[in-house]
Design a protein around this ligand. Structure first.
Ligand SMILES: Cc1cc2nc3c(=O)[nH]c(=O)nc-3n(C[C@H](O)[C@H](O)[C@H](O)COP(=O)(O)OP(=O)(O)OC[C@H]3O[C@@H](n4cnc5c(N)ncnc54)[C@H](O)[C@@H]3O)c2cc1C
Length: 472
């Protein structure tokens, strides 16, 4: 491997840190520029994180295969949780409720609640220990480009970075520039439009999410368990214990001015639950990306990771695990490319392939995006009906919440027909969603295995055509 091979990363989110850590461990010269501070990295709350992503990126994934025996299974910083990143309360299964509370299903919940400040710092520490350089309070303001306009011709040569303290800007050269700047995708969106991967996410591709961690009122008689309310107000609502003293509750809705403010949904929920006190401990709100990935995650000298690449589960907006997996796959491809002294589309294409086909993450997320596009506007009455008829059953809910697109099988289709017979409009929507989702899922599994400009263009045109029918 050439020790001169140099990589620059914009953004120290979970994706950028795993990417930088793994490159540094392989001996590559890598520098991360992060506009924020070490102390404020991540979120001021705890997120549901995929256990499989944590395990694949080198973290002990607690509770795998174990059945929860009680509400509190381990203490922060204690045995089995040495890094202190996991909340005490873990629940391998979760109750998922219909919007009108008339029906509930038990789903296999393959997440663990993780303190995002603690995880953010730990990821930065790991990257630094591996030898990556991390510059805080440095904002990447531009990407330096050369070559033509199309995906095969354009080349990222470096970045322009601003020191936030001094206001000074510098141009820096690199063999690979990585964009992990979150859903604004600051660098990807500066590539020429002719690459086909520079588009900004539209406002329809976001959910607005509000969450608050409250002190638990232990004296209250309020036997409310961890649960998730599916399809409520075009989104979801949840409540979970973090430990004996703290309750996390929140809601997300489709980002649309006509939808209720998720803060009001949470307020109303709290008003019905005396166990959740007015004492706020942590929390916040923001946009969660639920859209689809650009058609390629690489260009010559360029990779895009995390929210900037829409590596988020479309049904929930959970993207921290996807970003870590994206960072891992991108690092594997860059290490292989660096060993050949290359940085072109050919050499980096393996990242695309791993994301869309090898791990099936990209294909699953694309299929789920199609389902979400069509089904997100169902009424509470329609979703509750699907729950009661077991058309939205535990298996389907388990899959969609965990980011897996399920190909409809014959018994499920039959059930759909029988259950939906009294509601032809709903049946039509379900059919449209499963048909579009299946076509899209299969199309993503047929992603070009190697970089080929014509094959890529044909694949992309077809993907755009398939998605067009899912968007109103
Ligand atoms: C309210 C809310 C709740 C959420 N809940 C969950 C959850 O429960 N589970 C889950 O998995 N996900 C959740 N998410 C989504 C999750 O936070 C993101 O998917 C994940 O953090 C994306 O990681 P990333 O690597 O793309 O980087 P990000 O976390 O988006 O970080 C990007 C980093 O880049 C930096 N940056 C941005 N622009 C520049 C620039 N120009 N120059 C230098 N630095 C820059 C930012 O300061 C930031 O540190 C939630 C999000 C919100 C808003």
């Amino acid at each position: 491997m050439s020790h001169k091979f140099k990589v620059i990363v914009a953004g120290a989110g979970p994706g950028g840190c795993i990417f930088a850590r793994d490159l540094a461990r392989a001996g590559i010269d890598v520098t991360v520029y992060e506009k924020g501070d070490y102390e404020k990295i991540g979120h001021n709350w705890s997120d549901a994180m995929e256990r499989s992503a944590l395990a694949a990126t080198g973290f002990e994934a607690p509770f795998e295969g174990k059945v929860n025996t009680g509400p509190l299974v381990k203490s922060k910083g204690g045995a089995g949780n040495p890094t202190g990143i996991y909340e005490q309360h873990a629940y391998p299964c979760m109750e998922v409720w219909s919007p009108d509370y008339s029906s509930r299903k038990m789903v296999d919940f393959r997440y663990v609640t993780t303190d995002r400040r603690a995880l953010g710092k730990l990821l930065i520490d790991q990257a630094k220990e591996a030898g990556a350089k991390i510059q805080f309070r440095h904002e990447v303001v531009d990407i330096i480009l050369a070559g033509g306009k199309s995906l095969g011709e354009i080349e990222a040569k470096g970045i322009v970075v601003k020191d936030i303290e001094t206001g000074e800007t510098k141009s820096l050269q690199a063999d690979i520039v990585a964009d992990d700047t979150g859903f604004n995708a600051t660098l990807r969106t500066k590539l020429p439009a002719a690459t086909g991967i520079a588009g900004k996410f539209s406002s329809k591709e976001f959910a607005m999410v509000h969450r608050t961690v409250r002190k638990r009122n232990k004296n209250a008689i309020d036997p409310v368990a961890d649960h998730y309310r599916y399809g409520y107000n075009t989104g979801y609502q949840w409540m979970q214990y973090l430990n004996e003293d703290e309750i996390d509750t929140g809601a997300g809705v489709k980002h649309d001015p006509n939808n209720p403010d998720p803060k009001d949904i949470v307020k109303e929920f709290i008003s019905r639950h005396p166990s959740i006190s007015d004492e706020m401990i942590r929390g916040g709100e923001g946009l969660c990306l639920v859209g689809r990935s650009p058609a390629s995650l690489v260009a010559k000298g360029f990779v895009v990771i995390g929210d900037a690449a829409a590596q988020t589960i479309p049904m929930t907006g959970c993207g921290a695990g996807g970003a870590m997996m994206g960072g891992k796959f991108a690092a594997e491809s860059v290490i292989a490319a660096a060993s050949k002294g290359k940085n072109d589309c050919d050499a980096l294409w393996e990242y695309n392939w791993k994301w869309f086909v090898g791990s099936k993450r990209g294909a699953n997320y694309a299929g789920l995006t199609a389902l979400r596009n069509i089904l997100q506007d169902l009424t509470h009455d329609e979703i509750s009906f699907l729950f009661r008829k077991d058309i939205l059953n535990s298996e389907m809910l388990t899959n969609s919440i965990n980011g897996i697109f399920t190909l409809p099988d014959i018994p499920i289709m039959m059930k759909t027909l029988v259950g939906g017979i009294t509601r032809p409009g709903l049946l039509l929507k379900l059919n449209a969603a499963t048909t579009a989702g299946t076509k899209i899922f299969k199309h993503y599994l047929a992603y070009p295995p190697k970089w080929d400009a014509t094959q890529f263009e044909d694949w992309k045109v077809k993907a755009d055509r398939l998605f067009a029918v899912t968007v109103k």
